[in-house]
Design a protein around this ligand. Sequence first.
Ligand SMILES: [Zn+2]
Length: 283
Amino acid sequence: MDHTARFAVDCLHKQYPEPDLLPEDACLIFVRDGSVCVRKGSTPTILEKVSADLPEGLKRDARYLGHRGSVPCYAVEVGDLPLPEGLAYSGVRELAGLIPDEELAVAGLAVQIIDYDRTTRFCGRCGMPTEPAKTERAKICPSCRRVTYPRLSPAVIVLVRNDNAVLMVRGTGAAPGRYGLIAGFVEPGETIEDAVRREVREEAGIAIKNIRYRASEPWPFPDSLMLGFVADYDGGETAPDGVEIESAVWFDRDHLPDLPPKFGITRALIDDWAAAVSVPELQ
Ligand SMILES: [Zn+2]
């Protein structure tokens, strides 16, 4: 499926071991409370150079993201320090379309890695302060040797089709007229196909068949990985659960509701189906 995952960070490659000190030619992304620092102007950017007056504490706490070409990129959590002139904080999603897509993806990663760093400073088993691993993105406990990786939460999203119609659902509390596709997190012990079947059963009350994988999308708010599927209706009357979902409706191809913005996997799955691109059968 032709789909550009907006938060896929394919512009960075990781090199290990990381340098012990923050390199002088590094590029920094300043992060605070899930927001990133933006330099406003004719070409807004989140990428800052290492300046001579950068406090030592911030240099020490800079977290390696990867190399962009030959330039190492680091995320730095700045806390309550006053911002220099010309800089302002912004939520990452609000920057879509304002900064280059490549920077947007790096911003998402920076926020995710700072959150990971902040929540893994101590060993979850024995409480000792952790240390960064030398050869991969992980933390190691020097006492019990427990290894902690960044948390990734796999979630499934599925477009269910039936002849010329597509199943869309409205979450309780969603904006008027806002419909989306069925989605939910994968549970321990479940295959992702089982998760797709369960979510459709729970949210819409119907059975599906022919589950086929289409595309994926990292969603760093804070740590989801969306796995997109298409499936065919296989029986039952739609019966929304009334808790998460207040309405589940079959929409005809020619009478779709307002659709989500033209990026992201939800819209990609819908556009793909609406364009009547046939989904190849798995061999
Ligand atoms: Zn430990």
